[in-house]
Design a protein around this ligand. Sequence first.
Ligand SMILES: [Zn+2]
Length: 175
Amino acid sequence: MQVNNHQLSDITFVPSPNFDSRPSDEISLVVIHAISLPLGNYDTSLIRDLFTNNLKIDLHPSFQDLKDLRVSSHLLITRIGEIIQFVPFNLRAWHAGISSYEGRENCNDFSIGIELEGCDHEIFTAEQYHALNQILRTLADEYAITRENIVGHSDIAPGRKTDPGPFFMWNKIKL
Ligand SMILES: [Zn+2]
């Protein structure tokens, strides 16, 4: 796996309109998330729809809360370990929201967001950990990322966010 022009090679790229420029070229944090739409269901096409502003809000009552939400992540890892990129790494994806890391606010400014298709009440798949580790090794080669700079969304937005949740096994990260 390689990074070319701030995109992973040989994976699906689905451009999201939900990004802007970073305030500097610093990329020094990876934020791990979990997402499922609706909660606990694994229909990757709906996540793609959310990140491209195409989600049909009337498909599920819980989607009302997502109306007019403009979000994205750099990467999504599906349940079968497929990797989809939505935003090139040099641009700012909108995944962290109100957040703070070691006293610094607005973690989107300097982080890469990786969504795992999953939720707070189910384990992640072996294929997902495999893909995640491949990605992290590639990012560590390309950017200022070490094991210490990999956090969960719940670490930078405590009380507001719980993902990637209690079933994410941090000891499966091999970096
Ligand atoms: Zn999250």
